[in-house]
Design a protein around this ligand. Structure first.
Ligand code: FRU
Length: 494
């Protein structure tokens, strides 16, 4: 093991154990200590889910990238393992950027990642160059391959940049070969997704340009993932520099899902539909795993480069992952639902039916908390007389709250954390155009201390935000402008 990795492992163990469990999210992944960004290597290996993450243990700000590592049997209780990779080789000395993991035919685990190095230009200035490298291990300790890097500028199609060539996502094809998709920047400065193939995970060949951005959805496409789901081919990617279209793509670093069909002769994706993956403030760089039971499960970084909100200067960790979400395709759209494992955490069920809120603000006995799972159905009291606005305030006390509000006439759901006490957050609101019937809005709200995830109409759309409101702010209230009628089912999760 390199000195650099040994140092990181020692440091995280000493520092990580000083962070109290109650000062972290209860069931969302947070870094051992320090900074975390993208989920990497989300995989199932030897009976456990493995999740790696972009990691800098020594500070709560981005710096030279390591890979942190956690494992779990149920995707909710995570155990820290020692850091898996450090930028300790000549070819990755700037950082071990994002990538993925898979089990090799011989039972070892392969990590494939972007190795970032410097190149000195004629004028003496330096720029990063990106190649792909691999490491193999036993689920805990990894050895970088002696012939790294395994994909370099030589493997790029004409015109593609060696500066932006990153984030390999690997899978095993039905033909027994390994495949990976990688984000790339073509000559037009836009983004494209490259497809590569390998028989053994070490020797790779270029197959095709799977998908091209052509400057439609932002510029460089980061962190691609590609898989079959419910008879469709799905490309997930996180484009930089997006422009909003209506209420889609409101984060400059956006999330994009393209649903289509892959042409098996040309290995190109024929697009049928495109949408945001998440409509909230804090979500980026999602990656999926195929669970042993066949479910496609996605996890994302519950932060975003455009909206980064640090908690406070004393916190020893920064950022968390989203709740793992099961994906499906319905009515041509991507649906996300909280993984079913969450049901096992539910306790203290409280239920209310047909509660009428008529130009009023109410609270409901035992409906409160910061680690909860709450299902709501909101209807007009009288169908002929639609309410104007319905609202929910949570993480609430005299001083703070976060508000979710729905205007049925516009079918717009808004999240607003302006009064959440989240310091230095520059972005407070996001609005989502809800596709379903405004006469019956279904929400599932999952809170875990520092975050809220809102699943709309059985997961047709999702909004994710982080909130750093003091934990004593546990209250929940409901209000309506006009007369609304609601059903509430609420559980505690710890
Ligand atoms: C996305 C990203 C990736 C890159 C990593 C570096 O958030 O920019 O493209 O590999 O973060 O930490």
């Amino acid at each position: 093991m390199s000195e650099m990795l040994e140092k990181a492992r020692k440091y995280e163990e000493e520092q990580g154990k000083q962070i109290k469990a109650e000062d972290r999210p209860a069931f969302h992944v947070s870094p051992y200590v320090g900074w975390m960004n993208d989920p990497n290597g989300f995989s199932y290996y030897q009976g456990e889910y493995h999740l790696f993450y972009q990691y800098y243990p020594y500070d709560t700000h981005w710096n030279s990238m390591h890979w942190g590592h956690v494992v779990s049997k149920d995707l909710l209780h995570w155990e820290f393992l020692p850091a898996a990779l450090a930028p300790d080789e000549e070819y990755d000395k700037v950082g071990c950027f994002s990538g993925s993991a898979i089990e090799l035919d011989d039972g070892r685990q392969l990590l494939m990642y972007t190795a970032v190095d410097h190149e000195t230009l004629e004028d003496g200035s330096k720029r990063d160059i990106q190649t792909q490298a691999v490491a193999v291990g036993d689920g805990r300790d990894y050895v970088k391959y002696e012939k790294n890097p395994v994909l370099t500028e030589k493997n790029l199609p004409e015109g593609a940049s060696k500066v932006d060539f990153r984030d390999p996502k690997i899978w095993k094809g039905k033909d027994g070969n390994f495949y990976c998709v990688i984000g790339s920047r073509p000559a037009d400065g836009s983004g494209q997704i490259l497809l590569y193939r390998s028989e053994n995970g070490f020797d790779w060949e270029f197959v095709s340009i799977l998908a091209e951005n052509k400057k439609r959805f932002g510029k460089m496409w980061e962190c691609p993932d590609f898989f079959e789901l419910d008879g469709k081919h799905i490309l997930l990617t996180s484009p930089q520099d997006m422009l909003p279209e209506g209420l889609e793509y409101h984060n400059g670093n956006g999330t994009l899902c393209i649903i289509g069909e892959m042409d098996k002769d040309t290995y190109t994706l024929k697009e049928q539909f495109a949408q945001s993956v998440d409509y909230g403030i804090d979500f980026y760089a999602m990656q999926t795993v195929k669970a042993p039971d066949g479910r496609r499960i996605m996890i994302g970084w519950m932060q975003n480069w455009d909206t980064l909100a640090h908690r406070d200067n004393d916190s020893k960790w920064f950022a968390q992952m989203s709740l793992p979400r099961e994906l499906s395709v319905k009515n041509g759209r991507l649906y996300q639902t909280p993984i079913k494992e969450l049901d096992a955490l539910r306790k203290n069920r409280v239920e209310y039916n047909d509660v009428v809120i008529d130009n009023d603000t109410i609270t409901l006995d035992r409906v409160e908390g910061r680690t909860i799972d709450m299902e709501l159905v909101i209807r007009p009291e009288d169908k002929e007389n639609m309410y104007k606005k319905f609202g929910l305030r949570f993480a609430k006390n005299e001083k703070f709250y976060t508000e979710l509000s729905f205007r049925p006439d516009e079918s717009v759901l808004k999240i607003d954390r302006k009064f959440s006490g989240t310091e230095r957050a520059l972005v407070h609101q996001r609005r989502c155009l809800v596709n379903g019937d405004a006469n019956e809005l279904k929400l599932r709200v999952i809170l875990d201390r520092f975050s809220a995830e809102i699943f709309i109409n059985d997961g047709e759309q999702v909004m994710s935000v982080v909130i750093f409101t003091e934990q004593e702010a546990k209250g929940i209230s409901f209000f309506a402008d006009g007369a609304a009628k609601i059903d509430v089912v609420k559980y505690d999760l710890i």
